[in-house]
Design a protein around this ligand. Structure first.
Ligand SMILES: Nc1ncnc2c1ncn2[C@@H]1O[C@H](COP(=O)(O)OP(=O)(O)O)[C@@H](O)[C@H]1O
Ligand SMILES: Nc1ccn([C@H]2C[C@H](O)[C@@H](COP(=O)(O)OP(=O)(O)O)O2)c(=O)n1
Length: 232
C-alpha cells in the first residue's frame, strides 16, 4: 500500500536550503525526490509562454491541467525540468518564475490539480518531498517532517550567490525584498499556507554548513532507513 512507503517532508521559505538538503538526503537514503516548487514554477513559466493572465483563476487551472512537467537526471545532480517537453530549467530558477509561482500557488484550483501529481511521486523505497505544504497537506501522514528555516538576510545572500554563479545579475537588496514579499504571500494565503506541520521538527540552518544540516535531518530517521539502497 502506498501509505506504507516512507516520506520525509522538508518545507520552508525560499532560500532555506530545501532543494539542496532534500537532494542530498534523498541521495544518501537512495530515495526519490519531489521538487514541488518546480510544478508551480512550470505553470508560471507556461503562463508566460502562452500569455495566460495570472489574474484569471479558471484559465490558470486549465493551464495547470494541460501543462506536462518532467524531470530528467543530469550529471551535476540538479535534475533538468522539462515543461511540455522543453528544457526550461534555467528559466524556472529565476526570481521572476519564483514570484509568478508564488502568485499562482494562491489559486485553490491550481493546487487541487497538482495534489495527485505530487502524491504519485511516493514510490518505493521512499520519498523526500520539498515544498511549502508537503507535511501539512500533500503527505500529512509522512512519518518524518522537517521545517527548514534560516534568517531572511542569509537566505537572500545565498540566493544572490547562487544566481551570480549562474551569471544572473540581481542586487542583494532587491532579492531580500522579493524574498520577504514571497514569504508573506506564501504564509498568508488561505489555501495550504506556508507553516510548520504540528508534528514537524524545525531546523534552523542559519550559519550551519550544508553537510551539518544534512546530518541533522538524517538523525531524525531510524538507523534501519539510513542504509542507502538505490532509488528505482
Ligand atoms: N546551510 C547552508 N549554508 C549555506 N548555503 C546553503 C545552505 N543550504 C543551502 N545553501 C545554498 O543556498 C542556495 C539556496 O538553496 P536552495 O536549496 O535552492 O533553497 P530553497 O530550495 O529552500 O529555495 C543554494 O545555492 C545552496 O547551495
Ligand atoms: N509545495 C509548494 C511549493 C511551492 N509553492 C509556491 C510558493 C513558492 O514561493 C513558489 C516557488 O517554490 P520553490 O520551492 O520553487 O521556491 P524556492 O526554491 O523556495 O525559492 O511556489 C507552493 O505554494 N507550494
Amino acid at each position: 500500500m502506498n501509505s506504507m512507503i516512507p516520506v520525509l517532508t522538508i518545507d520552508g521559505p525560499s532560500g532555506s536550503g530545501k532543494g539542496t538538503i532534500s537532494r542530498l538526503v534523498a541521495a544518501r537514503l537512495g530515495w526519490h525526490f519531489l521538487d514541488s516548487g518546480a510544478l508551480y514554477r512550470a505553470v508560471g513559466v507556461a503562463a508566460g509562454w502562452e500569455d495566460v493572465d495570472l489574474a484569471d483563476p479558471d484559465a490558470l487551472q486549465r493551464l495547470a491541467e494541460r501543462t506536462v512537467v518532467g524531470f530528467r537526471d543530469s550529471p551535476d545532480g540538479e535534475p533538468r525540468v522539462l515543461v511540455d517537453g522543453v528544457d526550461a530549467t534555467d528559466e524556472l530558477r529565476t526570481e521572476t518564475a519564483g514570484a509568478a509561482a508564488s502568485a499562482i500557488a494562491a489559486n485553490p484550483g491550481v493546487r487541487a490539480v497538482l495534489v495527485e501529481r505530487q502524491r504519485a511521486f511516493r514510490r518505493a523505497p521512499g520519498l523526500v518531498a520539498d515544498g511549502r505544504d508537503m507535511g501539512t497537506v500533500i503527505f500529512p501522514d509522512a512519518p518524518y517532517k522537517v521545517f527548514l528555516t534560516a534568517g531572511a538576510e542569509e537566505r537572500a545572500r545565498r540566493r544572490h550567490k547562487q544566481l551570480s554563479e549562474k551569471g544572473l545579475e540581481v542586487t542583494l537588496d532587491s532579492l531580500l525584498r522579493e524574498i520577504l514579499a514571497r514569504d508573506a504571500r506564501d504564509a498568508q494565503r488561505s489555501v495550504a499556507p506556508l507553516k510548520p506541520a504540528e508534528d514537524a521538527v524545525t531546523v534552523d540552518s542559519t550559519g550551519v554548513p550544508i553537510d551539518a544540516v544534512v546530518e541533522r535531518v538524517l538523525s531524525l530517521l531510524p538507523d534501519s532507513l539510513r542504509q542507502a539502497s538505490p532509488a528505482r
